[in-house]
Ligand binder design. Structure first.
Ligand code: 6PG
Length: 466
């Protein structure tokens, strides 16, 4: 008999945690999974919440267990598996049913699927979910893209399970089709940038100032009580304090220095470039992960080129300020990509709303986001965080520290791709007159491309064509 308010298909880490979260908030949830043998152990571990969970091995039974019109949340790998799933479930769905993809999907796929499903009057929702397992279980941040009618029906459930910041739920309908998945992608891009900035600051404290991982962990703990307060700083302190039970060494020293990536950071950069932007701090972070995975090449290069790097004299206070400045710039770039996509796809994304739903639950949650939400609410000129009142002054205040840290790092030979990208972008943007006149002259000289003259309308050519 149909009785479940929502169905969750996919009982991996995130799907299981969301199902338990919904059950705990009083919703009856039908659950299923491609590997049927995962279902029974999940129900067993659900304890008292099992009363609200309705397990089904067969897809048809799972679908039949749902109240109509149905709401089905898929928590399965993105890409081809999602397309295959949609083909499989399609004959079982009816007009008005809502299909939600809660994975880290490519928003172009989400746009296509939304179009395809709308033909048969099914609603497709691209749901960005952030916060990892703990977030999904106790309160994630959620970015919703899809038709307004669908949002109105799923809102009570998502609002009930979302993280809260000062009582306000960290979930919002951001726009149609791919808007939610796009914003989640940029969230991850900023996540990559923030993690890389942290790693670079750690590298300077370690290799440049000679501190041990636990000492650096203590510093991060201190920083987490100030303007850098954020989830990533908090877990960095915890990670750096941890010892490996096998060797007694700091855990960070026994982990191979080759970072993984599933693609969302790269998508942010690709999309930024496609939109005529450059999210250079995020790009530096994606690139640094790729270089990190070339361990053998780096080891060979160290033998040939020398791997020494000198001392850093910047104080921890200066490093903290540099960190904050770079973080501000990374966020500013992320929000520019969001603004550009909003215009390109006609989404009318509201940066203030996005900053508000990132204040709790998600991986990049940080005190700074409250200030960012405030800055957008106060009206950042041209939508530019760089120019927002309060922000511009903060940047100007902390920039000397970033400049000092990058200069020292470069001088001593420490790699700081994200910090230096942030500084280079800042320095580029604060020059109202740059060097691109020369680029235009070169283009005209070799390709007769023409250029605009300052203060004169029309297209012009240089004297080399006379
Ligand atoms: C989140 C995370 C989550 C996951 C990403 C990043 O917001 O909860 O971003 O979605 O950690 O997949 O993963 P990679 O670092 O492997 O790309």
């Amino acid at each position: 008999m149909a009785s479940a308010r929502i169905g969750i298909y996919g009982l991996g880490t995130m799907g299981s945690a969301l199902a338990l979260n919904m059950a705990e908030k009083g919703f009856d949830v039908a659950v299923s999974n491609r590997e049927a043998e995962w279902i029974a152990p999940f129900i067993e571990e659900a304890g008292g919440l099992a009363d609200r969970l309705y397990p089904h091995e067969k897809l048809a039974d799972f679908v039949a267990a749902l109240e109509r019109p149905r709401i089905i949340l898929f928590m399965i790998p993105s890409g081809a598996p999602m397309d295959a799933m949609l083909r499989e479930i399609d004959p079982l769905l009816a007009p008005g049913d809502i299909v939600i993809d809660g994975g880290n999907a490519d928003f172009h796929d989400t746009r296509r699927r939304a179009r395809e499903l709308s033909v048969s009057r099914r609603y497709y929702v691209g749901l960005g979910v952030s916060g990892g397992e703990a977030g999904a279980r106790t309160g994630p941040s959620m970015m919703v893209g899809g038709p307004l009618e669908a949002w109105q029906r799923i809102a009570p459930i998502l609002t009930a399970i979302a993280a809260r910041h000062d009582g306000s739920p960290c979930v919002a309908h951001l726009g149609p089709d791919g808007a939610g998945h796009f914003v989640k992608t940029v969230h991850n891009g900023i996540e990559y940038a923030d993690m890389q900035i942290i790693a670079e600051i750690y590298g300077l404290l370690r290799g440049g100032a000679g501190l041990s991982p636990p000492e650096i962990g203590t510093l991060f703990e201190t920083w987490n009580a100030g303007p850098l307060r954020s989830f990533l700083v908090e877990i960095t302190a915890e990670v750096l304090a941890a010892r490996d039970p096998q060797t007694g060494h700091p855990v960070v020293d026994v982990i191979k220095d080759a970072a993984g990536q599933k693609g969302t950071g790269r998508w942010t950069v690709i999309e930024a470039l496609r939109l005529g932007q450059s999210a250079s701090v995020i790009e530096a972070a994606v690139g640094a992960r790729s270089w990190s995975s070339e361990k053998e090449v780096r080891q060979a290069a160290e033998a040939v080129l020398g791997g020494a790097a000198g001392a850093i004299v910047a104080t921890p206070e200066t490093l903290a300020e540099a960190f904050l400045a770079a973080r501000l710039l990374a966020y500013a770039q992320g929000f520019r990509v969001i603004a550009a996509a909003s215009e390109e796809y006609g989404w009318a994304l509201e940066p203030e709303v996005i900053a508000r739903i990132w204040r709790a639950g998600c991986i990049i949650r940080a005190d700074l986001l409250d200030d960012i939400a405030g800055a957008f609410a106060a009206g950042a000129p041209e939508g530019e965080l760089l120019l927002a009142p309060g922000f511009a002054e903060r940047l100007v205040r902390h920039l000397p520290a970033l400049r000092q840290v990058v200069a020292e790092a470069v001088h001593a030979g420490h790699p700081v791709p994200a910090l230096s990208a942030a500084l280079a972008w800042y320095d580029t943007m604060r020059h109202g007159h740059g060097t691109a006149g020369l680029i235009q002259a070169q283009r005209d000289r070799f390709g007769h491309h023409g250029f605009e003259r300052l203060g004169q309308p029309g297209r012009h050519h240089g004297p080399w064509w006379d």
